[in-house]
Design a protein around this ligand. Structure first.
Ligand code: ZN
Length: 310
């Protein structure tokens, strides 16, 4: 089963990182009209109301009253230079037929490339919002390199901060016949997912897989094998997907993060009872789909009654 590109991956557009410090080139792109602006207010992106909804890709003329807002160069998409426009407050918006939305809520309804752009803009917006002051001396920060560096304004400090990405492992553990899934108390009833957790300093990805699986479920995982990765800017994670085998079967919820964990057979997954799986936009679902295909030779989404997404 070929691994499909994950939602929110950025292969749909060119980040053109070498252009970020070319202010003259960026200004020429803006003034020539070869540009789109993507307003973001905190963690919500501006979208054109549906149906179906679409990313709001606004022209220079449409944002002429907002050009004092922080702009972040995202890259080139359909021969346009794209800039996130940090509008700060949702009520500042008066663009017709638009609204601010959580990108996760519209990701499957809009163009997949535009969903990636929105997620990228969202991640950068949240980073800017959370790093307005220097972590060393507390002075305010100043945006540079087209929004990709935040530099301390105190000349004696001048510490530079770069966009933060938090690595997290996510793993499908199998005992050969069943897969290990768990759920948190706060999730929708019946929803289960693969085991996940943040990588800690001084830890390899494989270390993190084995530690997280044991902490959350008491299962001893062995031989983690990398599968694929997915940007998950909610707010700043990079999900690193693995498969691993189980060297034990007795589940014990050690750290209290999960409300329940259990082993599920391919038949359980295909029946959709009693569990609901993560939506197709998530790497969790792709890991489950891949394991199901390995076990049965069939695509989970077309086998029997597919488990319902969110
Ligand atoms: Zn400082």
């Amino acid at each position: 089963m070929p691994t499909k590109p994950h939602f929110f991956a950025s292969h749909h557009f060119d980040r053109m990182a070498h252009r970020r410090d070319q202010d003259t080139w960026l200004e020429q792109r803006r003034s020539s009209g070869n540009c789109w602006f993507l307003p973001v207010a905190g963690s919500n992106n501006l979208v054109v109301k549906g149906p179906p909804p679409a990313a709001a890709l606004l022209t220079l003329e449409q944002v002429s009253k907002k050009l004092s807002c922080t702009q972040i160069y995202l890259g080139e998409y359909k021969e346009k230079s794209c800039f996130a426009l940090l509008t700060e407050h949702e009520h500042d918006s008066n663009w017709p037929d638009t609204e601010y939305q959580q990108v996760l809520r519209v990701a499957t309804l809009i163009d997949i490339a535009e969903a990636s752009l929105l997620a990228y803009a969202r991640g950068m917006s949240i980073w800017h919002r959370n790093h307005r002051h220097c972590g060393r001396c507390g002075a305010s920060t100043v945006s540079s390199r087209a929004g990709h560096v935040l530099t301390c304004s105190d000349a004696d400090c001048s510490w530079q901060q770069f966009p933060r990405v938090d690595p997290a492992i996510i793993v499908l553990v199998s005992d050969g016949e069943r897969c290990l899934l768990g759920r948190q108390e706060s999730w929708d009833q019946g929803r289960y997912s693969t085991i996940a957790g943040f990588v800690e300093p001084g830890e390899s990805l494989e270390d993190a897989v084995i530690r997280e699986v044991y902490e959350e479920t008491g299962i001893v995982a062995r031989s983690p094998v990398y599968h694929s990765s997915q940007p998950w800017p909610f707010p700043s994670s990079l999900m690193l997907g693995f498969q691993a085998s189980a060297a034990s079967s007795d589940i014990q919820l050690h750290d209290g993060e999960l409300e329940h964990a259990d082993w599920f057979s391919p038949e359980d997954l295909a029946s959709g009872k009693p569990i609901r799986l993560a939506p197709s936009v998530s790497i969790s679902r792709q890991l489950i789909n891949h394991w199901y295909y390995q076990q049965t030779g069939r695509d989970l989404d077309t086998s029997g009654t597919p488990p319902k997404a969110w």
